[in-house]
Design a protein around this ligand. Structure first.
Ligand SMILES: [Zn+2]
Length: 267
């Protein structure tokens, strides 16, 4: 009995220091004492490696500023405006967007070439911001990679020998997959954020529809990592119709998007 108690105390201390906890019902590792500062440290550590593996930044400061300013305008109205967000366009042909814990958001050239307005860009960024705010990214890391492994690269700058390199871990982070429940929440939360930032919410419906159409001919990376919940277009449209009566004055900004992104990418 005493041994058991000692073990419990030991586990408690371990979890306090590492941020892990095991759910007694499912037996799965869960984030319970995982402080948000750790999210930020993880994001900082992995962002350069993710950039490197996904073609690097598109070398166009004006385009990057535009992407970042749209993202910042949405992030400022989120539930966690205090995080240090960054929105970076990567020179990768996959059609994708991803987020790291703590505030880093990436969108690929492949995705930017398919989007058709600033409202659609805001929709994708708002969706990713919601994953960060809800800490879906840290949860996915915890469940799909193992938080101690992810953290080992943050705390020691190198992972334990014979385990994985930071490059391997970044690869796994790129391949993280959200649950359909996370997706529905990110869609609906993102919808609120984009409207609060002044964007027409139909930008979200159009974007998801476009990705789902493309997915019929080849698998779209964004939909592999952000799998579509059932009736995605239906619940988005319903949310818009019941929550937002007056869309007048909400931005679509197609011309701005073409001028700042599409023509600069040469398409
Ligand atoms: Zn998602």
């Amino acid at each position: 009995m005493r041994n058991k108690f000692a073990l419990l105390i030991l586990e408690l201390f371990f979890c306090l220091f590492t941020g892990c906890a095991v759910n007694p019902i499912t037996g799965e590792e869960e984030l319970m004492f995982f402080p948000e500062e750790q999210d930020i440290a993880i994001g900082r550590q992995y962002a350069p490696e993710i950039e490197k593996q996904m073609g690097g930044r598109i070398p166009d400061p004006a385009l990057q500023n535009y992407i970042d300013s749209v993202g910042q305008s949405v992030a400022r109205v989120s539930y966690k405006p205090y995080l240090e967000y960054s929105f970076v366009a990567l020179n990768d042909k996959s059609i994708n967007a991803l987020a790291l814990p703590g505030g880093a958001v990436f969108v690929t050239k492949g995705m930017l070439e398919k989007l058709d307005s600033e409202a659609q860009l805001a929709a994708i960024l708002a969706h990713e911001i919601t994953h960060i705010v809800a800490r879906d990214v840290s949860n996915a890391m915890s469940n799909q990679i193992g938080i101690n492994l992810v953290l080992s690269a943050v705390t020691s700058k190198k992972t334990p020998q014979s385990v994985l390199t930071i490059a391997d871990l970044a690869q796994q982070i790129i391949g993280l997959r959200y649950s359909r429940k996370d997706e529905q929440e990110a869609d609906l939360g993102g919808l609120n954020y984009m409207v609060a930032a002044g964007y027409n919410p139909y930008g979200m419906v159009e974007t998801i529809q476009m990705l789902q159409n493309l997915n019929q001919t080849r698998p779209i990376e964004f939909l592999s990592s952000h799998p579509s919940p059932e009736n995605r277009i239906g619940y988005l449209t319903q949310a818009i119709q019941t929550k937002y009566y007056n869309l007048a004055g909400l931005k679509i900004a197609k011309e701005d998007y073409y001028k700042s992104v599409r023509t600069r990418l040469g398409n």
